[in-house]
Design a protein around this ligand. Structure first.
Ligand SMILES: Nc1ncnc2c1ncn2[C@@H]1O[C@H](COP(=O)(O)OP(=O)(O)O[C@H]2O[C@H](CO)[C@@H](O)[C@H](O)[C@H]2O)[C@@H](O)[C@H]1O
Length: 474
């Protein structure tokens, strides 16, 4: 079965967040299970692209409104990532360094999708299924089924996976002419609330959509930035499949980004060594419980509550608890965190920015990972943390609810709290600080977490079952 995954991000080519991790891992595990899964993404002027060799496998021109654009499809020569990787390169549009936030972002992603469809159409390829991820590829199902240009592809099933339902990629109707000639009677399938909404269109037009956890599927009908009714009406098309993690990349026994490797037997010593290195670098004490936050500093992640919660916790615990933050995003939160670091240099440090290897060291070296998310479609950080013997402290929502059981319950291993509030976070910090003193219990819980199976094998199988239900002949 030949599958194309379409995504704006893919680790290690270009990563902004968890979307990249999933698209960089799922196809690899699908291929190991016997599928032929490939990834198609925009070309980025980045390290991976410079360090690997590519062939131009297709060249074409297409129209974006009145503008004729030239595009190339590049294929990485050796399939080094465990799957075929294709990049869509469009000079002046898809050849830049960053993934998001350019003023002509809409044009970039529309051109990406059109170039992909033109390529498979004109090169005579007929994949068994096309799997689109998030709104950046959300117009593909509509164009395949309602543009005469792509009639040859109209029988191919499409799956749309929602990693983040807060972002829709919506734009005004004045840009309709960017799309190839479409069936005018079907324009309602593009619309939500008076705009062209790629996420809504994908949910309406795809054969099936998935969310990255079962709880998130339920939550979308209650809160999805205006699409609640759509998710309610289309609920029977949706399936929640929890993400896996790439256990080859995230392996504390072999991770090249860790100064000290460890396994469940050597976890206490291994984590202590990594903690020492981390504390030395950030001027923190190894003897105190160390709680970290890693992620985008945005409201979805609840990061705006962190400064007040950390400040109060430090006071409540008479300086006997330490915090380390790695992230970037909202400038007001960045500023408050930086001030906090100046006020409490012995108890709190902050690294504003993106640093993949520091993230690995933090997962390995800290005792607890705090995730006070308002919205968390799946969350990968808590799974990375547990794989590295670090206890997650999570707000009970979305995928966090589906993957973390409170240690107060039978067989539990994490800390859960109900609200994104200073009060709830402080209570969980207290629970963490008390637990930290019980080293035997901590050791038992670390081993329990490290024994959990968050590998892709299970989730890849669930996607496979879904694909098979759409293509009965395989
Ligand atoms: N400053 C920084 N430096 C280094 N590394 C950093 C970093 N900030 C974030 N990261 C890394 O980026 C990834 C974030 O993954 P998440 O799943 O938490 O986030 P995201 O919200 O982007 O993804 C969305 O898609 C994923 C995948 O489906 C869902 O799990 C999630 O709930 C949904 O919001 C992790 O690998 C984390 O270590």
């Amino acid at each position: 079965m030949r599958i194309f995954h379409l995504s704006a991000e893919c680790y290690p080519v270009a990563k902004v967040g968890g979307l990249a991790d999933v698209v960089g891992a799922l196809p690899k595990y699908q291929n190991l299970a016997g599928l032929q899964a490939a990834v198609v993404m925009p070309y980025y002027n980045r390290k991976f692209v410079h360090e690997n060799a590519f062939d131009i496998v297709f060249q074409g021109t297409t129209l974006l409104g009145t503008r004729r654009i030239y595009f190339e499809i590049l294929k990485e020569q050796t399939d080094t990532l465990g799957f075929e990787l294709y990049l869509v390169k469009i000079p002046g549009l898809l050849d830049r360094e960053n993934v998001y936030s350019y003023p002509d972002e809409k044009e970039q992603f529309i051109a990406f999708q059109i170039a992909f469809l033109d390529w498979i159409n004109w090169s005579g390829q007929t994949p068994d299924l096309i799997h689109c991820h998030d709104h950046h590829s959300g117009l593909v199902p509509f164009m395949m089924y309602h543009s005469a240009l792509y009639r040859r592809l109209a029988h191919i099933p499409t799956i749309f996976t929602i990693h983040n339902g807060q972002y829709h990629g919506a734009f005004g109707w004045e840009k309709l002419n960017y799309l190839p000639e479409i069936d005018f009677y079907k324009t309602g399938l593009l619309d939500w609330n008076g705009a062209i909404n790629p996420l809504a269109s994908a949910v309406k037009c795809c054969w099936r959509f998935t969310t990255v956890s079962p709880s998130y599927l339920q939550e979308l009908s209650i809160s999805s930035n205006g699409l609640e009714y759509l998710f309610y009406v289309e609920r029977d098309k949706g399936t929640g499949i929890i993400n896996g993690i790439d256990t080859e990349v995230w392996n504390p026994e072999t991770d090249p980004m860790l100064p000290e490797h460890f396994n469940p037997t050597t976890v206490t010593k291994g984590k202590q060594k990594n903690k020492e290195i981390l504390c030395e670098r950030f001027g923190l004490s190894v003897d105190k419980p160390l709680i970290a936050f890693i992620g985008r500093l945005v409201s979805e992640k609840g990061s705006d509550v962190l400064p007040a919660a950390i400040e109060r916790s430090i006071k409540e615990h008479g300086d006997n608890v330490n915090f380390l933050i790695l992230g970037a995003g909202d400038s007001a939160t960045e500023l408050s965190l930086s001030l906090l670091k100046q006020l409490h240099p012995q108890n709190c440090n902050v690294f504003i920015g993106y640093d993949e290897s520091l993230a690995h060291l933090i997962y390995a070296g800290v005792d607890f990972l705090l995730m006070p998310s308002r919205v968390e479609p799946c969350g990968l950080n808590q799974m990375y943390a547990m794989r590295y013997g670090t206890m997650p402290m999570v707000r009970s929502t979305g995928g966090l609810k589906d993957t973390v059981i409170d240690f107060g319950e039978e067989g539990g291993y994490g800390i859960r709290f109900a609200n994104v509030s200073v009060d709830d976070i402080c209570v969980s910090v207290t629970r963490a600080a008390v637990l930290y003193k019980d080293s035997r219990k901590i050791q038992t819980l670390r081993k329990r977490m490290m024994a959990l199976d968050f590998s892709w094998d299970r989730s890849a199988k669930e996607y496979m079952n879904l694909y098979e239900s759409l293509i009965p002949k395989i």
